[in-house]
Design a protein around this ligand. Structure first.
Ligand code: ATP
Ligand code: MG
Ligand code: FE
Length: 337
């Protein structure tokens, strides 16, 4: 089955053509970073307008790249939520029109479930059961996966998401938006021991997280070292990254052990973090656990992961209807499945 995936939940307009839920034939992502960068964050109204400009060329580009004629597409999968309503509506409305025009089925997909499914697009997908760390701009959670559509929530952040903390720390240091990748690069040049930051919830025997304390500790450091923090920014980045990565790596490996899983996955935008990839791989190897982290292009927002979920939905006979609408807040309740 050939599925066209469409994603427009935030500031990336993306389309992909995926065969049978795992073989990516084409994946196109148009980022709006250059526009929002000026404002230090995503401006919702600008994002919607840019999605409108980008959606047709991005979808046409993905179909052309895939080498599959448009009339051979079997179904459409589109992000329904959570995200910015104005942004979601562009992709969602386009998908409705495309499916109606081609007379093919379509289905709305949850963005978080899509991130979790990105791991099935890699050449060596994890066998069930496995535990998954979803770590992105808006979410940080741990799940136990027992089937393609069966993700059980084990714990989640009580305040900031890890990616959000990265972006806020980058802003405090004057490094612009989005900050994750800049801090990651800077951290490699600093000494992680020089500025020691707290590791919240590390001692708790639960899978919940808290990142606002680490962020506040960075702010306090900057306020108390107004003259030197600029020259120390690589050490701040390294200290911050070490604290975040320590907590994330410890919890996901602990979750794998406690849940009897020999495989773990890390997905979402922050899964692109080099420090996290290295630490999880190193510590998991010591514990005899196999690690599955998607390639960098599948960590950030993309439409291939949307098509991957859509494939299972459409194959199971699920359909969305013209009356369906987008949603802005988390709706994905994996425990209920
Ligand atoms: P969500 O998926 O929770 O709805 P989102 O779609 O905005 O939120 P993603 O696109 O999955 O989030 O990820 C973006 C986040 O990943 C940003 O916070 C960004 O700073 C962070 N990020 C990207 N690359 C890195 C990196 N190398 N290190 C740390 N963080 C990173
Ligand atoms: Mg984004
Ligand atoms: Fe995302």
């Amino acid at each position: 089955m050939i599925v066209l995936g469409i994603e427009s939940s935030c500031d990336e307009t993306a389309a992909a053509v995926v065969r049978d839920g795992h073989e990516v034939l084409a994946s196109v992502v148009a980022s709006q970073v250059d526009i929002h960068h000026i404002y230090g964050g995503v401006v919702p109204e600008l994002a919607s307008r840019k999605h409108i400009e980008a959606i047709v060329p991005v979808v046409n580009g993905a179909i052309a790249q895939s080498g599959i004629p448009a009339d051979r597409i079997d179904g459409v999968a589109v992000t329904q939520g959570p995200g910015l309503v104005g942004s979601l509506l562009v992709g969602f409305s386009f998908a409705k029109g495309f499916a109606y025009g081609h007379g093919i089925p379509w289905v709305g997909v949850d963005h978080l479930e899509a991130h979790l499914n990105s791991v099935f697009l890699a050449p060596d997908p994890p066998p069930f059961p496995f535990v998954a760390l979803l770590v992105s701009g808006g979410h940080t959670s741990i799940y136990r996966a027992t089937g393609h559509r069966k993700f059980h929530l084990l714990g989640q952040t009580r305040d900031d998401a890890a990616g959000e903390a990265y972006d806020k720390v980058a802003k405090m240091l004057g490094l612009g938006y989005p900050g994750g990748v800049v801090i990651d690069r800077l951290a490699a040049e600093g000494d992680p021991e020089k500025i020691r930051l707290p590791r919240p919830f590390l001692d708790k025997d639960r899978y919940d997280f808290s990142f606002s304390g680490i962020k506040t500790a960075v702010m306090r450091y900057i306020q108390t070292h107004p003259n030197t923090f600029k020259s120390d920014q690589a050490h701040i980045a390294a200290g911050f990254q070490a604290a975040v990565v320590d907590v994330l790596a410890y919890k996901i490996i602990h979750a794998a052990q406690e849940n009897g899983c020999r495989h773990l996955a890390v997905v979402g935008g922050v899964a692109a973090n080099q420090g996290l990839r290295t630490a999880v791989s190193r510590d998991a190897a010591k514990a005899g656990i196999d690690v599955h982290i998607p390639s960098l292009d599948l960590c950030g927002d993309n439409a291939a992961m949307v098509a991957a979920v859509g494939y299972h939905r459409l194959a199971a006979g699920e359909r969305s209807t013209m009356a369906d609408d987008v949603y802005s807040r988390v709706k994905f309740r994996p425990n209920c499945r």
